[in-house]
Write a protein of this length. Structure first.
Length: 213
């Protein structure tokens, strides 16, 4: 028996971190794993990239660093699942693909950033979430949230492209898209909890961990 892997995805400031904490508080012995994990050495380069627009890195490099940052902590995550802990992921590989893919569309160029297979390949071998929740919110509601605009990707035009890419690349299976427009933190928390309880995602499972192939 193992714990389950629950992923919360969404645009910047859509409420992922807020809801991750709420879910963590509701599931005993659970852990939150947040990507990017800015506390590691790779994470500190990512943090510099996101917070300092003068810090230049080729798109290919930063894309691979985001993936490398996931690989840094993956064994610990797998061990925790196997020891019966639920893990709540705050972003994961779908953020990796959607944000990088959006760069090619914004600049209207064809390169590795427009090649979904290339973008996906460094994440092959990572464990697949048992459940993915996508918090879907209108752009104007995100714009007005506290702190929106502080980091590199927090620009409305860019976020609009990212949203359409998320909806394009998220798989059909195991994904729930939640319309959280005009919903309070408590209302979103309730929507999420209903899905968790219905699917027993807060309980241990016999299913072996599956991996991205
Ligand atoms: P993310 O992790 O997706 O970037 P956060 O959880 O940090 O988003 O939330 C961004 C901001 O929006 C925070 O100030 C948070 O308190 C606020 N917020 C989160 N959820 C809601 C909600 N449902 N309604 C209004 N404000 C919210
Ligand atoms: P955060 O606000 O959730 O910490 O995310 C930081 C930013 O990094 C956010 O704009 C999304 C972006 N991102 C990627 O571009 N690729 C990735 O693989 C991840 C995890 C995040
Ligand atoms: Mg967050």
């Amino acid at each position: 028996m193992r714990g389950q892997l629950i992923l919360i995805e969404g645009l910047d400031r859509s409420g992922k971190s807020t809801q991750s904490v709420k879910l963590h508080e509701s599931i005993k012995d659970s852990f939150i794993v947040k990507f990017p994990d800015r506390s590691t050495r790779i994470g500190s380069i990512i943090n510099e990239y996101l917070t300092n627009e003068d810090f230049k890195l080729p798109d290919q490099s930063i894309h691979l660093l985001f993936s490398a940052n996931r690989w840094e902590v993956i064994q610990d995550m797998i061990d925790k699942l196997n020891n019966g802990h639920t893990i709540i992921l705050d972003r994961y590989i779908y953020s990796g693909i959607s944000y990088s893919l959006s760069k090619s569309q914004l600049s209207n160029t064809k390169n590795e950033m427009s090649d979904v297979d290339w973008l996906y390949s460094p994440d092959k071998g990572l464990p697949k979430p048992d459940l993915t929740l996508f918090l879907s919110l209108e752009l104007d509601q995100i714009n007005s949230r506290a702190e929106f605009g502080e980091e590199r990707y927090e620009k409305t035009e860019f976020q609009k492209i990212v949203k359409s890419n998320f909806l394009k690349i998220l798989p059909q299976e195991g994904v729930k898209i939640l319309n959280v427009n005009d919903k309070s933190i408590e209302e979103v928390q309730k929507m999420i909890w209903e899905i968790i309880e219905q699917g027993d995602y807060n309980k241990l499972t016999n299913n072996p961990i599956s991996y991205f192939t």
